[in-house]
Design a protein around this ligand. Structure first.
Ligand SMILES: Cc1cc2nc3c(=O)[nH]c(=O)nc-3n(C[C@H](O)[C@H](O)[C@H](O)COP(=O)(O)O)c2cc1C
Length: 299
């Protein structure tokens, strides 16, 4: 329907151009200026032409948004493993909302702001209120996180941002008061997101974005290997400035070439739990091995 309206607008624009050109050509052939009446028609056409063009642009934007959204919903409905060629099909990124879950510390027994008692309730309310892609940034402090992530997606999230890293206050021992102490992250912290993205990849029908401790190109590559659709950086950019993005991109390109990958898509998710040849690596065996390696003695 939208395509038909756009096409009708385009035909009307073309007709206006031709009408104006005919009048101008006629005046030129007769070697005279446009009469007042002809000039008014040409001016009127210009105005209407601009109006039609603005309307086409607006409709095209809405159309692109609707298409992106339809894609997200189709993928969710099919619950397909994540990452099937979305990066390669030349789509424009959809505008969307990244909401942060209301999981700040609250006194015991008190509901969060907005009166929501559960996180999925909050997501469902936001989903109901908006019609653009919705990503939810979650903290790591939930039991059965895999199950919890599914509930967030079932409530309407199109993407999960894993994980929020709360700025925790500190205590000044001189003034005996709390103060906000911004501590930037370190690379090792990325393992938390990395592990959970590996676990969730292909098991929830949502895009997965990694955040927390991504500093070096190695951190970025690891996130992609376990299946992140996007990687986000805050602390590293505070430390090194925006030029750091270019360095990471170049580092990623170099690594792909070195490893004979022709695209990010080829390697994305290849080390997720689902694709891993020994999924137990993510679980207890890995823990035991770590302990053995650490102490040097078998347990
Ligand atoms: C200075 C600063 C400001 C931030 N502001 C926000 C914010 O407004 N909203 C938000 O969701 N996260 C905010 N964050 C958290 C980051 O988005 C990110 O999740 C977190 O810092 C972990 O990523 P990193 O290790 O790359 O810093 C902020 C982080 C920093 C360092």
């Amino acid at each position: 329907m939208n395509d038909e309206v756009i096409s009708a607008h385009r035909e009307r624009q073309q007709a206006l151009i031709e009408e104006s050109q005919t009048l101008i050509a006629k005046a030129q052939a007769e070697a005279r200026d446009l009469t007042e009446e002809e000039q008014a028609t040409v001016d009127g056409n210009t105005e209407e032409f601009d109006r039609l063009r603005a309307d086409i642009e607006r409709r095209e934007r809405l159309h692109a948004q609707a298409q992106s959204l339809a894609k997200v919903h189709k993928r969710k409905a099919e619950a397909e493993p994540l990452g099937g060629g979305r990066d390669d099909d030349g789509d424009r990124p959809a505008p969307g909302l990244r909401a942060k879950a209301p999981a700040q510390p609250r006194p015991a027994g008190e509901a969060g702001r907005g009166g929501f008692t559960t996180f999925p309730e909050y997501v469902a309310a936001v989903r109901k209120a908006i019609h653009i892609p919705l990503a939810i940034k979650v903290g790591p402090y939930f039991t059965s996180f895999g199950h919890f992530a599914r509930r967030i997606v079932d409530a309407g999230a199109d993407g999960l941002v894993i994980f929020n890293r709360y700025i925790q206050p500190d205590i000044n021992l001189e003034t005996l008061d709390f103060f906000p102490n911004l501590a930037l992250s370190e690379s090792y912290e990325s393992r938390l997101s990395m592990t959970w993205i590996a676990m969730l990849r292909g098991r929830v029908g949502a895009y997965l974005a990694a955040t927390g401790g991504i500093h070096e190109v190695a951190d970025l590559i690891k996130m992609l290997l376990v299946g992140a659709d996007a990687a986000m950086l805050a602390s590293a950019i505070y430390r090194h400035g925006p030029g750091h993005f270019t360095q990471l991109e170049q580092g990623l390109r170099d690594w792909l070439v070195e490893k004979d990958y022709t695209s990010v898509q080829q390697m994305k998710g290849s080390l997720s739990r689902e694709n891993c040849t020994s999924p137990e690596t993510f679980e207890r065996v890995n823990y035991m091995r770590s302990l053995v390696a650490f102490s040097g003695r078998p347990i």
